[in-house]
Design a protein around this ligand. Structure first.
Ligand code: MN
Length: 249
């Protein structure tokens, strides 16, 4: 099965067509959202499709302007076992919102912990160390899946010790650093993603079916056949879904 563990389905201009194609190809998608307000509409987009899950999110780039939506986040948290996109962004462009980002992320982790844990799709661009620090302070938040991780080897080591998983896409795996990461971390903690439509591929947005290209690149990096790589990702996905359904993560 093709799995896209981090895709913004609701942000494609032709979202309904993408959902239809995803169903036709029987792809499993975790559709992450960027604000709590977007959660219900995105859930409706995918409610007829059991292999499509919607995650409740508050993107760090929007944390400052949407901090008031944390109350709605807490209200909606009972409705899903998946949280994302959440996290921290340390790039200069968002330097002025770092305090708000930290408050929002800490709040979300505590809420997840109070709710018994969630699977979390986490953004950590230029903010790996504070992100890992926040996770370490709230160990009951659930299973962190680091999306498009670009930290150092040492940070990856800490992330693995903290229980993190990694979701990797074709654009990330086109770079030597991405390949180095998937060779370093345990294979049973790796998932495929696309980050469409934000991530670009061949001059257009990436689509959920492009997760297959991540499988091909993983197969090369791991020196496995495509079939064995697919089997590894399938097994990982089954474990993650089973864990997400357990009352206490
Ligand atoms: Mn994203």
């Amino acid at each position: 099965m093709t799995v896209d563990l981090h895709c913004h389905l609701d942000l494609y201009p032709n979202a309904r067509d993408v959902v239809k194609e995803v169903q036709r190809r029987r792809i499993a998608v975790l559709s992450v959202t960027t604000t709590p307000t977007a959660f219900r509409g995105t859930t409706r987009l995918t409610e007829a499709c059991p292999q499509l899950k919607t995650a409740l999110g508050l993107h760090p780039e929007l944390a400052a302007e949407r901090e008031h939506e944390l109350a709605l986040f807490d209200e909606l948290l009972d409705e899903t076992r998946f949280v994302g996109e959440v996290g921290l962004d340390g790039s200069r462009r968002f330097a002025s919102t770092r305090d708000a980002q930290q408050r929002v992320f800490d709040h979300i982790l505590r809420s997840c912990s109070d709710a018994g844990g969630r699977v979390l799709s986490i953004h950590s661009r230029s903010a790996v160390t504070p992100m890992l620090g926040a996770l370490a302070r709230v160990p009951g938040a659930g299973i962190p899946v680091l999306h498009w991780f670009t930290g150092t080897r040492q940070q990856a080591e800490v992330a693995v010790a903290t229980g993190c998983w990694f979701s990797v896409g074709p654009t990330m795996l086109a770079m030597a650093k991405g390949i180095e990461l998937v060779r370093q971390v345990p294979r049973d903690r790796v998932m495929t993603e696309t980050d469409g439509p934000f991530a670009a591929l061949d001059g257009g947005p990436a689509y959920p079916w492009d997760a297959d290209r991540a499988v091909d690149l993983l197969a090369e990096a791991w020196e496995l056949s495509t079939a064995d790589t697919k089997a590894q990702i399938d097994a990982n996905f089954s474990r993650l879904v089973a864990a997400s359904a357990s009352p206490q993560l």
